[in-house]
Design a protein around this ligand. Structure first.
Ligand code: URA
Length: 210
């Protein structure tokens, strides 16, 4: 699948296995999601542009070295499960600004409805990474990205732990310009909308609710 990147680093895959296990309790689940988000942040930022600068080292003056070339980043967790990925990302991208998008599913239409949006004022200048652990039907992530684009966002990536092929396909149709970064592309959705094999309800497992 073009523009879908499965981040198959062994540490990501190892930790994801423990995230999937039903015996993993809230504390460990949260810590593992945090760690995987950090590892994914490392991979997703591989292509950030660098620029040359001159530094004086203890050994020599005017050595050429590189720093990030001032690209402005933004993280946009989709409430509520996306929040579980924020701290791990911020560990590596501490200057990122953080916006939030909240959506609920209308019980009649089953369509996602926006109930909360708060974004950095300059989103059109930022490289945004939308965070949602599960890309299942794709409905929420597509709607969240619609919302960001309608407010001027131009550069958007999507980062999820686990996706179903059905959700990836719909996302690619709706937003072909958005690259998708995953820890795993799973088999399918079941008839209750859960990803198989998946990890269950990410929000409930992160926050200990049911
Ligand atoms: N949301 C989740 O949290 N888990 C799934 O499997 C699908 C959607």
């Amino acid at each position: 699948m073009s523009n879908v990147y499965v981040l198959d680093h062994p540490l990501i895959q190892h930790k994801l296995t423990y995230i999937r296990k039903k015996e993993t309790g809230t504390k460990d689940f949260r810590e593992l999601v945090d760690e995987v988000a950090t590892l994914m942040a490392f991979e997703i930022t591989r292509d950030l542009p660098l620029e040359d600068v001159s530094v004086d080292t203890p050994v020599v003056d005017n050595a050429t070295a590189q720093v990030l070339s001032g690209k402005k980043m933004g993280l946009v967790p989709i409430l509520r499960a996306g929040l579980g990925m924020v701290d791990g990302m911020v560990d590596l991208i501490p200057a990122a600004k953080i916006g939030h998008v909240g959506l609920y599913r209308d019980p009649e239409t089953l369509k996602p409805v926006e109930y909360y949006v708060k974004l950095p004022s300059d989103i059109e200048d930022r490289e945004l990474i939308v965070l949602d652990p599960m890309l299942a039907t794709g409905g929420s992530a597509i709607e969240a990205i619609n919302s960001l684009k309608s407010r001027g966002a131009k550069q958007i990536r999507l980062m999820c732990l686990v996706a179903a092929p059905e959700g990836v396909e719909l996302m690619q149709e709706a937003h072909p310009d958005v690259d998708i970064y995953l820890a795993a592309l799973d088999e399918k959705l079941n008839d209750k909308g859960y990803i198989v094999p998946g990890l269950g309800d990410a929000g409930d497992r992160l926050y200990g609710t049911k």
